[in-house]
Design a binder for this molecule. Structure first.
Ligand code: GLN
Length: 244
């Protein structure tokens, strides 16, 4: 089997080491004998988005979001075709924001989004920035589990009807809000940096399965030894007072 992963704006949208998510997806696929074709696509570079199994867009400061916005919107039709073609999406923070209706940044500039979903984002006042470790309860793929990460965003995302998880500790979509992220059959969108996937192998495998589904249908991934990943996650959950 082969898994084709498209990493968008790798040189600009990679806040807090979001590239680590690609390393986790690649390693966890290769440990199962799946070949991985990881391709980057920057501003102005041609790429056939619909041919990829996983589309990844990381986080970015307001400056970088403004830099990519025109190029990203120019690819809207291609991204929509990929969405209709069962491509799986993993979107982190700024990348998450850009798939909504708009992002109004700290300076009041309105950055139009792809508007695939009804949510929208407005930057908070500087003293309501959502910063710190975060823990959420996720229900995905028929399982309920806890996930940990790190958030740092001024953006307050409103109008999400299908959040990724319930906030156990931290802020989430809005300052001291109860819910975090956005999820549907193809998209996992979250404010959780860290990067997200190393401590949350359950989410990594769900994204892998979604990516493989496009070509191979429902694939059963063999279990991996997640001792270290689990220990790292549980250490953070204990530090946040979520686990005893
Ligand atoms: N610039 C956006 C905000 O401040 C996204 C930040 C990020 O990607 N961490 O909300």
């Amino acid at each position: 089997m082969i898994l084709n992963i498209l990493w968008m704006y790798h040189d600009l949208m990679d806040l807090y080491g979001d590239k680590g998510n690609l390393q986790v997806l690649k390693t966890r696929a290769e440990k199962r004998g799946i070949d991985v074709n990881l391709v980057t696509c920057g501003i102005g570079e041609p790429c056939s988005i619909k041919d990829y199994d996983i589309f990844f867009l990381g986080g970015g400061a307001d400056r970088e979001q403004n830099l990519i916005q025109e190029d990203l919107l120019s690819r809207r039709a291609e991204i929509e075709e990929a969405m209709n073609n069962q491509t799986a999406f993993l979107l982190i923070c700024g990348g998450y924001q850009m798939f909504g209706k708009f992002y109004r940044d700290q300076d009041g500039t309105t950055v139009p989004g792809l508007a695939f979903f009804d949510y929208y984002t407005e930057a908070s006042s500087r003293d309501n920035r959502c910063i710190g470790n975060i823990a959420i309860e996720v229900t995905m793929g028929g399982e309920t589990f806890q996930a940990v990460g790190f958030e740092n965003h001024g953006g307050q995302t409103k109008g999400v009807t299908t959040p990724l998880g319930k906030v156990l500790k931290g802020h989430g979509n809005q300052y001291q809000s109860g819910y975090e992220g956005f999820v549907n059959e193809q998209v996992v969108a979250t404010y959780m940096h860290g990067p997200l996937l190393p401590k949350n192998p359950g989410i990594a495998d769900l994204v892998l399965k979604r990516g493989l589904r496009r070509t191979y249908g429902d694939v059963n991934l063999k279990g991996l030894d997640d001792t270290f990943e689990t220990r790292a996650r549980e250490t953070m959950l204990k530090r946040l007072g979520v686990l005893k």
